[in-house]
Design a protein. Structure first.
Length: 129
């Protein structure tokens, strides 16, 4: 009887350990290779957040999206560009060639909306040619 309890306990401990390890050490996402869930313009996503921030956050948070618009600001040192004056995107590769006042299409992970600055944020961004 004690042997059965010890064996069952050992199996449970091993199973919990394996499950816990897989939860804690998940594979990292590769946004560059992921399929985009949404494709839209910076004006469209901004309009959705203006209309209903909670619904838009639930829809886009932590999703891979493709956004198009015009580069209105560029900080090559930090690898950050601003699209249509309201979407801040952190480039995955800081050496990516992009110029201000040019149309661009980017793919990345949508991080969230900063309601204080009225700014949308994306990271792990790559330029789609």
């Amino acid at each position: 009887m004690k042997k059965k309890i010890l064996i069952i306990s050992a199996i449970v401990v091993v199973a919990v350990g394996i499950i816990g390890y897989n939860i804690v050490f998940k594979d990292h996402r590769n946004i560059k290779t992921e399929e985009a869930e949404f494709t839209l313009t910076a004006a469209q996503i901004s309009g959705e957040f203006s209309a209903n921030e909670q619904v838009a956050t639930a829809k886009y948070a932590d999703k891979t999206i493709v956004v198009s618009g015009k580069v209105t600001a560029l900080d090559k040192a930090s690898g950050t560009l601003t699209i249509d004056e309201n979407l801040s995107a952190t480039l995955q590769d800081k050496n990516t060639e992009v110029a201000e006042q040019t149309p661009v299409k980017i793919k990345g992970r949508f991080v969230g909306y900063d309601d204080l600055l009225g700014e949308l944020k994306m990271d792990q961004v790559t330029i789609i040619k």
